[in-house]
Design a protein around this ligand. Sequence first.
Ligand code: ARG
Length: 460
Amino acid sequence: MSNKMWGGRFQSGPDAIMEEINASIDFDKRLWAQDIRGSLAHLAMLEKQGIVAAADAKAIADGLEVVRGEIESGSFTFSRALEDIHMNVESRLAAIAGPAAGRLHTARSRNDQVATDFKLWVRDTIDDLDAQLKDLMTALAERALAFSGAVMPGFTHLQSAQPVTFGHHLLAYVEMLGRDRGRFADARRRLNECPLGAAALAGTSFPIDRHATAKALGFDRPTANSLDSVSDRDFVLEALAAASITAMHLSRFAEEIVIWTTPQFAFVALSDKFTTGSSIMPQKRNPDAAELVRGKAGRVVGALVGLITMMKGLPLAYGKDMQEDKEPAFDALQTLSLCTAAMAGMVRDMVPDLKRMKAAAGSGYATATDLADWLVRELNLPFREAHHVTGRLVGIAADAKLPLEKLSLAEMQAVEPRIHQGLFAVLGVEKSVRSRTSYGGTAPANVKAQARKWLKALAK
Ligand code: ARG
């Protein structure tokens, strides 16, 4: 049987393989609510413009509500022969509302319809993700406030660098996630133009009111160029780009959790709720959730790369290739949502081992910079010379397998005679972090103020 939506020009139906490669209903049925919403807005406009008579409009609107009820209750039968969500809804509508249903598709094509539906879906998803990211930031900022003075090693090259506080480290992720929310908000702002009414590619000769449908669907305005309207997928790409950067941030944090929870580091312990055991090794507590957040970031980036690669060769306007936009976007944004929730869960109940962190902060000569700074301040040495003197002292201490503060004053004076007892005061890790009071520095008072500032902003 040839297709009842366009069968006029066809003698036979599609090959089974054609149907298999062509059908998108298995995944785009997720757009059903957006599809009905878009159709109702289009219909109201057609009626207001005198393009569809009131009686027909009522029959169509009532029919769409019946379809909505059937999908919501699970009694709707989705058919692959009908390709996608748009044809499935329209076909069922025809069965319910009769010939009037055929008037709904006036001045519209599936090309502007799918662009509109997908924009509505991406927009809703961005809003949900924003709320989730805000929640994760709040969890981080709360714990940062609680641990504003907890000393831990700060690393560069994953080598002990200088002491920092745990709160400061957590707030670094709050900054990243704040930028991520900004990127999603930016994407949302640019997305918010309505393609509906661009029709297949050239616009329409019917006296439609695109400003009305744009407004009814919560868009700021209609898109300005009909060709661009149906061939643009920037809004998906931008959302996936923002998602990729966010996933990269979550992955870096996940990697740190994996490192911190090893028995060798043991800086933090995850709760039982976010840990798994081993079927053979009874001692194991594995950070699977963190590992999966790290691993799933690849899927999110993969979606972006796949979609941008698919788009880059397409001539204007619509090409069926573009149907490939949905699965990766659904998967990537859903994956990011799950990862964000998992991170918030881990952050809320992970327990830092403050003693161990502090002890680790003191190892690896992490206060060597404080020593060099002291030489500059007290002895007025140029920093480069102070660096050299300190390097020699660290070398002597390392050879003797001693921490810096265990060198005697005489040993120090052998390198730089003007060093006096006052130096020993700066070699402690607490003293080190307290001295880092420059704007954005790790001093506990700074961290406390930053955490409070964030919590206030996030509570709005
Ligand atoms: N299922 C299609 C998609 O997702 C809808 C648009 C079909 N348009 C067309 N001209 N065949 O892109």
